[in-house]
Design a protein. Structure first.
Length: 246
């Protein structure tokens, strides 16, 4: 009986938290339409993202923030939950633009909000779409914008780090800005891929040391492999795309 009561209370909490999140999303989308300046829209969205995490009773521990350069950079993080975007929106400075898959642009409210805060959408399902998206992202990096990528491109219920796409690392080299690996721990448990109801708990966000994009032998592939190696060392999850022995 106590176990059943606990499950009922947990479900009610989750539904209430989801309802509040939807209201915050609607408010954020409305403000994103009404507020004229991009910097203001991003700051408001950052505040609402922090509010959502607090309402979800998610305790967030951040480390390595001093590793984040003052100037432009490309942050790459592992992707394990729908909470990842909310978390990074809440924690990173408003100067960052997110790079996400094009399908997200069609989501009700969320798609509108993302467009209004300067999210860059990349279509990975067609060669032309990939090329156009890559050119647009590289131009942003060359203009001095800071970018956020989830280089795995997607997530599912399987714990572990998937193979990385190279777009983030190509953009960093072409833009001449450092790559900053970052690790998210606990988001997969707080909101698994098969649910839309978050669980209270602890999430850790760790920013690792930047990787320079200049120097002998530095390529997009070498940057990708080094960032992935460092992230695996701090992630405590298996490698889902191990390299074949040479």
């Amino acid at each position: 009986m106590l176990r059943l009561a606990g499950r009922v209370l947990q479900t009610l909490y989750g539904l209430c938290a989801l309802a509040v999140f939807c209201l915050l999303m609607a408010l954020a989308a409305l403000l994103a339409v009404l507020v004229p300046r991009l910097a203001w829209r991003r700051s408001l969205t950052r505040f609402l993202a922090r509010t959502a995490l607090a309402l979800f009773r998610l305790r967030v521990a951040v480390s390595g923030m001093t590793n984040l350069p003052d100037g432009s950079c490309v942050v790459v993080a592992n992707h394990s939950s729908y909470l990842d975007g909310v978390l990074l929106q809440a924690l990173l400075p408003p100067r960052f633009s997110f790079v996400v898959k094009h399908e997200a642009s069609t989501l009700p409210l969320a798609g509108l909000l993302m467009r209004r805060i300067g999210v860059e959408f990349v279509d990975r399902h067609s060669h032309g779409g990939r090329q156009r998206g890559a050119r647009r992202v590289i131009e942003r990096a060359q203009q001095g914008h800071s970018l956020v990528f989830f280089p795995e491109g997607t997530f599912d219920e399987t714990a572990g780090l998937k193979r990385f796409h190279s777009g983030a690392f190509t953009a960093a080299i072409r833009g001449g800005v450092p790559v900053v690996p970052a690790v998210i721990r606990g988001a997969r448990r707080a909101m698994p891929s098969h649910t839309i109801i978050p669980r209270p708990g602890r999430i850790e966000f760790e920013i690792l040391e930047p990787l320079p994009v200049t120097g002998p032998g530095v390529t997009a592939d070498s940057l990708r492999d080094e960032a992935r190696r460092r992230m695996l060392a701090r992630l405590d999850e298996p490698d889902l795309a191990p390299q074949a022995p040479g």
